[in-house]
Design a protein around this ligand. Structure first.
Ligand code: ACO
Length: 310
């Protein structure tokens, strides 16, 4: 039994905040933000929308896309570090709002690597035949923990949601290999007190190394090589970090997903949001080998090699 992606959806709030808008609010510039991060604008959710509202919209699209009804879902995993409240979990809120009557539900806290952690957890339940359908939602409303006085962090983040429904797929398709990891000694470089606090340079060094290594490791574990990769979907934190992973895999530019310019860093949501956009643009095709790789606060990291298709 192989576990793969059988439905996918995304939602981003309508309000666009450009670098020029930020110039008016703090001591920064469009030029600084673009050259250091690749970010041009981000989406920010209004007060009327919390994390569960964003997640619900992406989840509904993923179910529609899979043509699976909420009653059929066995488990809901929500990767987020910005839940509506500490408990009940966002996953439980979605369970009710979707009407997923038989689903188990829990949140996964692994920051920007959360979506990778969620997918790998789902894979275990599906491949042991314990569950058939697991919904994984990566969603953040980072704007509510952003310190809008801190230019070191405020320019980096955005709000958004992405979701996939995982279930059994044909032989040779789905998740081929994965890697998850953590290093709690680096927790001091990226954390939340009331707001997000970050040592950008330390996180940058770690991310550049880890994104490349994890990408190569999942290929090795799957018995594949760099030449086999059709598409790289890196966590969209910073174009320079993403570029390091691309260069490590020796991939041409057009084989790497890039949405960071439009949405900034949406943490756990960035990989599924990017995946939807690439599918809609016709860049991911049945049978393609996809490498997804992310890193985040914890420190945490995760990567998956996946053969696209059902
Ligand atoms: N506008 C203008 N100047 C700024 C800004 C800004 N928005 N932010 C910082 N600066 C200044 C700093 O004050 C500093 O000035 P100083 O040297 O006078 O003290 C200078 O710019 C720093 O410049 P650089 O060293 O060139 O910055 P760097 O190349 O390190 O880029 C960045 C900074 C973009 C934050 C980079 O380190 C980075 O991307 N780090 C990783 C961030 C990341 O991916 N975080 C993931 C978080 S995910 C999560 O788990 C929620």
């Amino acid at each position: 039994m192989n576990a793969g992606i059988i439905g996918i959806g995304r939602y981003v709030p309508e309000q666009v905040v450009t670098n020029l808008d930020l110039e008016k609010r703090m001591d920064t510039s469009d030029e600084w933000i673009r050259t250091r991060t690749g970010i041009e604008e981000r989406r920010i959710a209004g007060d009327d929308m919390d994390t569960s509202d964003l997640g619900l919209r992406a989840a509904q699209k993923a179910l529609e896309n899979a043509n699976v009804s909420p009653e059929e879902i066995d488990m809901i995993l929500v990767a987020t570090v910005t839940p509506d409240q500490p408990f009940p979990s966002v996953a439980c809120m979605l369970q009710e709002k979707l009407g997923a009557k038989k689903a188990a539900a829990m949140d996964v806290s692994a920051a920007c690597a959360g979506f990778m952690y969620g997918m790998v957890t789902a894979k275990q339940f599906i491949e042991t035949s314990a569950y058939k359908y697991v919904l994984i939602v990566g969603v953040e409303k980072l704007s509510k923990i952003t310190d809008w006085e801190d230019r070191n962090t405020a320019v980096l983040f955005g709000d958004g949601a992405g979701a996939v429904l995982m279930g059994p797929v044909a032989d040779g398709k789905g998740v081929l290999s994965f890697e998850l990891g953590s290093d709690g000694s680096g927790g001091k470089y990226l954390y939340q007190d009331t707001n997000i606090r970050m040592n950008g340079r330390e996180v940058f060094k770690f991310a550049v190394r880890q994104m490349g290594e994890s990408s190569v490791n999942v290929l090795e574990k799957a018995g594949l090589s760099k030449e086999d990769v059709d598409f790289l979907i890196p966590h969209q934190a910073n174009i320079r970090i993403m570029e390091a992973a691309r260069q490590r895999l020796e991939l041409p530019l057009e084989k790497m997903s890039k949405t960071v310019h439009k949405y900034g860093n949406t943490s756990a949501a960035s990989i599924p949001i990017s995946m939807v956009e690439e599918l809609e643009a016709g860049k991911i095709k049945d049978g393609d080998l996809i490498v997804m790789v992310g890193f985040g606060g914890g420190l945490t990291w995760g990567a998956i090699a996946l053969r696209w298709g059902r």
